[in-house]
Each structure stands twice: as C-alpha cells, then as structure tokens.
Write a protein that binds this ligand. Structure first.
Ligand code: FES
Length: 190
C-alpha cells in the first residue's frame, strides 16, 4: 500500500511503497523506535530476486543534518546528509580502539571504519546505513540520538555514532553500509 507523509510532504511517488518517510527530526524514528525488523522476511527472498534488486533514491532534497529512511529489500535504510560539524567531529577519530573497527562497507577501498571508509562515496557527505540494530534487530532512533550524535537503539541501549559505528552497548557491529553508489543526487542501492 502506498504511503504518504503529509506532515513533511517529501514522498514523491505514491505508487512506490519503498519510501517510508523523510523527516528532519525525531519524528522520523518515533514510530519505529521499538520495532523489531522481520529479518526472516529478508532471508526468505530468493538469491536471484535479491541479486536483481536495485532501488534509486533522490537525495537532492536532503539538507545538511536531514535524514530519510527508505525500505529496501524489506529492510530500513537510513540516509543522512552530514553537516560540516558532523564530519569534522569524526574526521580524525581512530577507529582501532572502537568496538568494531571494521568499515562494514562493501563500497570502501580501505579496511578501517574511518570517515572516508564509512561513506558510500568518500568525496560526498551522504551516509547510508542499514537501519537494523546489529544486536537483535530493532530499528534505532536517528537524528543525532544517543550519546555519540548518531543513532540510538532503545531496545537494549546501543549507541551508534554519526557514522553508524557502534560505540557503546551490546550491539556487536557497526550498522552495515549497503552496496550503493552516488551519481549526482541519485543514490542507487543494490
Ligand atoms: S536490538 Fe538494539 S540494542 Fe538490542
């Protein structure tokens, strides 16, 4: 069923069920704060279907600090345009002492969870993340939530930073970056 966010007016194509909402504030995550994503649905999809699936998202409307959440392959994906302050705050952090120093980014050239290797395109300011907590599958709150200016999973208290790296709590891994590419304002997932 098509979904429209009348409060924000950012859903561009009502015939597509994949864009859930675009929001600038905590409203983006309130409705899904305690939801446990049905991972089993994703696992039931055939490999051929998954391999052929791609999705394009227009990120041109995102201002610095804004987020959107889309549904891709039946799972939420967080897309956020980072602010200059966001990027400056994490630019020089050393991930080697973090709980998960792995970039978890199939698009990255490097092997450490640095700013450059957590972005889909290291020359851009768009962070794209799986929206499923790596602990037990809840959907974290966004918009700078938690103690590290990123995402917070209220189910058991996992704090992710502005790059989706796990910094505190029981989640074992960073939020994965999906296979994706950026061409101008078009983000292609898959
Ligand atoms: S599911 Fe996120 S902290 Fe447990």
């Amino acid at each position: 069923m098509a979904q429209t966010d009348d409060n924000h007016g950012h859903v561009k194509d009502e015939d597509r069920r994949d864009i859930l909402f675009l929001a600038t504030g905590a409203t983006a995550a309130v409705g899904v704060a305690s939801a446990v994503w049905p991972l089993i649905d994703q696992m039931n999809a055939s490999a051929s279907v998954l391999a052929l699936s791609t999705m394009q998202v227009d990120v041109g409307g995102l201002e610095p600090g804004q987020e959107m959440t889309v549904s891709f392959l039946k799972a939420p994906v967080f897309i956020r345009r980072m602010t200059e302050e966001d990027m400056a705050a994490v630019a020089d952090e050393d991930p080697s002492s973090m709980p998960d120093p792995d970039p978890r980014n199939p698009n990255a050239a490097g092997d450490a969870a640095t700013l450059q290797d957590r972005l889909v395109d290291p020359a851009r300011d768009i962070i794209v993340l799986s929206g499923v907590c790596t602990h037990l599958g809840c959907v974290p709150l966004g918009d700078g939530a938690g103690d590290f200016n990123g995402w917070f999973c209220p189910c058991h208290g996992s704090h992710y930073d502005a790059l989706g790296r796990i910094r505190q709590g029981p989640a074992p891994q960073n939020l994965p970056v999906p296979v994706a590419s950026l061409d101008g304002d078009t983000l292609t997932l898959g």
